[in-house]
Design a protein around this ligand. Structure first.
Ligand code: SAM
Length: 233
């Protein structure tokens, strides 16, 4: 028996709506409007590789956290969910800093074509290398009575409102892109992307990029977001 090392190669690259890490939901399914196209690489870009997948509603994506790969393995991590100041064992967490940098997300499969899969409900950055794709199997992957006391509920949502004229900016960009941009912004910002340990600062402005659009917002009142700008970058 050998302890490796082994090497793996991506089967595809995800072209995602998320161009920056900031404001990507912490798990899949939290923003159903978040979508992307998985471009399969040779030899998996041929029709045979996806034959039968049109009978499947969701798939597991195994991928590389390519933007946070580290040389030195960590034994403990500080998940943002615990406020960033409490550490737990790396295997008790789904944090991005982990041995081999491997992530897993279950996502909705919207459309299948030879060489391309349309997916939504994603939590992955643009350019993420995909290592494998597997169909979701409800009888095995959904476990009645399963629990995780560290992350028992989805993050609490906060209200998101729009400064004057900004909803219209978002609607115009949504129309240009042909994507549900208004829903994407509302679903992602409602998760409150700030790290939990950050002290609220009403004057501070935050921003990220969805598709080719720069989105800016602030927190005029604690626990409430106002979107300030939605402009093509
Ligand atoms: N669902 C996956 C899992 O459990 O393995 C990912 C969970 S991880 C907490 C989700 C975060 O990973 C996102 O909020 C985003 O900031 C980050 N992320 C997504 N794609 C990434 C990538 N390619 N490289 C580094 N970080 C990434």
């Amino acid at each position: 028996m050998s302890g490796g090392p082994y090497s793996v190669s991506p089967v595809g690259i995800l072209h995602s709506c998320f161009k920056e890490k900031f404001a990507i939901p912490r798990q899949p399914q939290l923003a159903p409007a978040a979508s992307g196209v998985l471009e399969l690489l040779p030899p998996f870009n041929q029709g045979e590789a996806v034959q039968g997948l049109e009978q499947v509603s969701h798939v597991w994506l195994l991928f590389l956290f390519h933007q946070t790969l580290e040389e030195k393995p960590r034994l403990k991590v500080r998940p943002p969910r615990l406020g960033g100041n409490q550490s737990i064992g790396v295997f008790a967490s789904r944090a991005t800093h982990r041995p081999n940098g491997i992530g897993q997300s279950v996502v909705k499969l919207d459309k299948v074509e030879p060489g391309r899969l349309w997916v939504s409900g994603i939590d992955l950055l643009d350019g993420t290398p995909i290592l494998d794709i597997k169909p979701y199997v409800s009888y095995a992957d959904s476990i009645p009575g399963a629990y995780n006391a560290i992350a028992s509920l989805a993050p609490e949502l906060i209200p998101v409102t729009w400064a004057a004229g900004v909803l219209q900016q978002a609607q115009e960009q949504a129309q240009r892109l042909g994507e549900p941009l208004v829903e994407l912004i509302e679903q992602c910002l409602a998760q409150d992307p700030r790290p939990a340990y950050q002290v609220p600062q009403p004057d501070r402005r935050y921003g990220t990029r969805f598709w080719d659009v720069d989105v800016r917002w602030h927190y005029p009142v604690a626990g409430e977001i106002v979107v300030l700008e939605v402009l093509p970058g």
